[in-house]
Design a protein. Structure first.
Length: 60
């Protein structure tokens, strides 16, 4: 490399420092724990009925 190439590198100025944009995601939270208890209760009351099935290991 010749001296001209080295001088050109030294003349280049760096852009001003800018902190990176924060792209981290918020901590995961249980939506039931952070919601209004009344709304949670109403949502649970609207759930469809689930079929009750007994585990096969207990039917013996």
């Amino acid at each position: 490399m010749n001296s001209n190439g080295k001088n050109e590198v030294k003349k280049m100025t760096k852009p001003a420092f800018r902190p990176a944009k924060d792209d981290t995601k918020p901590l995961l939270q249980d939506p039931i724990l952070r919601s209004d208890p009344i709304e949670t209760e109403e949502a649970l009351l609207r759930l469809p009925p689930f079929p009750i099935s007994k585990p096969k290991s207990q039917t013996q």
